[in-house]
Ligand binder design. Structure first.
Ligand code: SME
Length: 151
């Protein structure tokens, strides 16, 4: 099953309409995105909870690491640079944090709230190599912007 981004975007907009609680929104997105595509084996958020620090937020899949400093891993790189990280081969990414040994590729997007405040990151991991495309980055980025821009 491959995601239909138009449908996913509409569904998320309908479910999250009027909601501004960050965790409620993250939980809803993690669930909706995770179940929309067979490539997505772990889907979840890390939240900025301190200076240069990410902590686990709502997710779907096996257990995730609880704490990730901005200096570590793909999630840390997305938070530090405020740019989406598309990683076709996690073994080739210096400092990748292997929460699950089955992960082969991943995409991590920064999540911004009002005024460009960094709320956290959205991390999607796949057991397939080179699973993510620039279209995934663009469409997921659009969903995040629409959901969190007012938060
Ligand atoms: N792969 C991530 C760590 C998070 S878990 O895989 C859920 C990283 O290197 O940032």
């Amino acid at each position: 099953m491959r995601v239909d981004y138009d449908q996913l975007e509409q569904q998320i907009a309908a479910l999250s309409h009027g909601e501004t609680d960050e965790v409620a929104l993250m939980a809803t997105l993690a669930c909706e995105i995770h179940h929309a595509d067979d490539r997505f084996d772990w889907t979840g958020f890390y939240r900025v909870t301190g200076p240069e620090l990410l902590k686990i937020g709502p997710y779907q899949g096996g257990h995730g690491c609880l704490v990730i400093p901005f200096s570590k891993g793909v999630c840390g790189a997305a938070a530090r640079t405020r740019e989406t990280q598309l990683v076709p081969d996690v073994d080739a990414f210096p400092g990748h944090i292997a929460c699950s040994s089955s992960t082969r590729s991943e995409i991590v997007l920064p999540v911004f709230g009002q005024g460009g405040r960094l709320i956290g990151v959205l991390d999607i991991d796949s057991n397939q190599p080179d699973a993510f495309t620039p279209e995934d980055a663009a469409r997921l980025g659009r969903i995040l912007a629409a959901t969190f821009a007012g938060v």
